[in-house]
Design a protein around this ligand. Structure first.
Ligand SMILES: Cc1cc2nc3c(=O)[nH]c(=O)nc-3n(C[C@H](O)[C@H](O)[C@H](O)COP(=O)(O)OP(=O)(O)OC[C@H]3O[C@@H](n4cnc5c(N)ncnc54)[C@H](O)[C@@H]3O)c2cc1C
Length: 403
């Protein structure tokens, strides 16, 4: 039986897309392919796996909020831990963010505004400014936030897909596309499309439609066949720090949120049962849009993260125990996902550092697009116009609350 759809990439996005497509089209033959040995072993496995519904852009709120609704139902299956987020602002940042924050409804979006005293009830933090490090003036405690296991989430979608009769080929590395006629001298009136793909062993796979969900590898895969995907890779690093105890971080361990500090885009995720905190940083200029060096850099920790932690948590005793690096798949202009097609090929990606928290919605929207629907139904029952995430008819808002 001929294959109807091939999805390349079994990260959280490809697996969710495969799952919702198979659910909608049970009679179709759908093949999910990945070069790794299991689902979610690419950048999905490298993520901090934090989730938040707290965005200024309505699109991001819809994508993340509806996905979180679904993840809450999965609960312990994906090791969901709704610890909350504590987003800290200096006085200046607070004033600058007012326009974005005032658009949000604390009740509906489940957050509360904390003054400095209330922050000090939760964190043992130095709130004073010094040098590069601004003061801690205000905070937002976001209740519909936390963490989960990103690989468990990808594997949940992949196994649901398989249980519905979907096929998966792991250890299959796609090296090239076969374009109609194997000819690069097409006339404008030629009907050019993708006939097939070829793996590392030279095996060819043909299908009616192809979906590329290869995250940070999308540009390298699609640029050679003349597709400007709008998605570029950027290195991001995480550092696991062993702490003696949480006394230098939290007032007590019953409230143990992920924390976004007011300096340098540094954030931390406490994993208190293992006496670990995971620290990351949202750096920007100077970090190339290239997949050049996948190794984490201890100097980066020393320069960009350690001084921030030392300033805000002077009593926190930590040693660097583990470090890793991965790649964000950025859609640079608005840092919002992309779902676009050329001929019979569709690509879905550009998750820009928030693909875990939005995967359920992205999977549903990509599956709707593959079926030619104008709207997708998200997990919270809301409708989402599919073309809003396209490049040609894009309709998304600028995100103001960026980490
Ligand atoms: C350090 C770091 C921290 C992050 N923290 C968070 C966070 O806290 N919260 C959040 O929501 N997001 C976070 N992210 C982002 C998140 O990890 C991504 O948005 C998400 O994993 C994207 O999923 P994906 O399926 O598109 O990509 P991937 O998981 O990378 O999946 C792509 C798959 O395609 C496969 N592939 C690629 N090319 C080929 C090929 N030629 N042939 C066959 N297979 C191929 C790969 O093997 C891979 O499995 C973080 C990312 C990083 C790097």
């Amino acid at each position: 039986m001929a294959i109807d759809y091939i999805i390349i990439g079994a990260g959280v996005i490809g697996s969710a897309t495969a799952c919702y497509l198979k659910k909608a089209l049970p009679e179709s033959r759908i093949l999910l392919i990945d070069r790794n040995h299991t689902a979610g072993a690419g950048n999905t496995a490298k993520s901090a796996a934090l989730f938040r519904n707290f965005f200024s852009s309505r699109t991001n709120r819809l994508l993340a909020g509806s996905s979180i609704r679904y993840y809450l139902e999965l609960g312990s299956k994906v090791r969901l831990d709704p610890t909350g987020y504590l987003w800290l602002f200096s006085k200046e940042q607070w004033n600058d963010s007012q326009k974005a924050i005032q658009q949000l409804d604390p009740e509906k979006n489940k957050f509360e505004i904390l003054d400095r005293d209330r922050i000090m009830d939760i964190l043992r933090i130095n709130y004073q400014a010094k040098g590069h490090f601004p003061d801690v003036n205000s905070g937002i405690f976001c209740h519909l936030c936390g963490s989960l296991s990103a690989t468990a989430l990808a594997q949940h979608y992949a196994s649901l897909f398989e249980s519905m009769g979907g096929e998966i080929n792991f250890n299959t590395d796609i090296k090239e596309f076969i374009i109609t006629g194997q000819n690069s001298c097409y006339a404008p009136w030629d009907d050019v499309s993708v006939d097939g793909i070829v793996d590392q062993k030279g095996n060819a796979y043909n299908a009616k439609k192809f979906i590329v969900a290869t995250g940070a590898w999308t540009h390298d895969l699609l640029a050679p066949i003349g597709i400007a995907s709008g998605i570029l890779p950027k290195k991001r690093q995480l550092f696991a720090l062993k702490i003696k105890n949480n006394a230098g971080l939290l007032v007590n361990s019953t409230i143990r949120p992920a924390i976004i500090l007011p300096a340098g885009g540094v954030y931390i995720k406490p994993v208190l049962d293992k006496n670990i905190i995971i620290a990351g940083c949202a750096d920007d200029l100077g970090q190339p849009f290239l997949m050049s060096d996948p190794e984490p850099d201890p100097l980066y920790f020393q320069n960009a993260i350690e001084p921030v932690l030392n300033h805000y948590f002077p009593e926190l005793d930590f040693t660097l125990s583990l470090k890793w690096a991965g790649y964000y798949d950025y859609h640079w202009p608005d840092m919002t996902p992309v779902i676009e097609s050329v001929a019979n090929l569709t690509w879905v990606g550009g998750t820009s550092g928030s693909g875990i928290m939005k995967a359920d919605a992205i999977g549903r929207i990509a599956a709707a697009r593959m079926q030619g629907y104008e709207e997708a139904f998200l997990a919270d029952g809301s409708k989402f116009k599919v073309s809003r995430l396209s490049l040609r008819d894009r309709d998304v808002e600028k995100e103001e609350l960026i980490i």
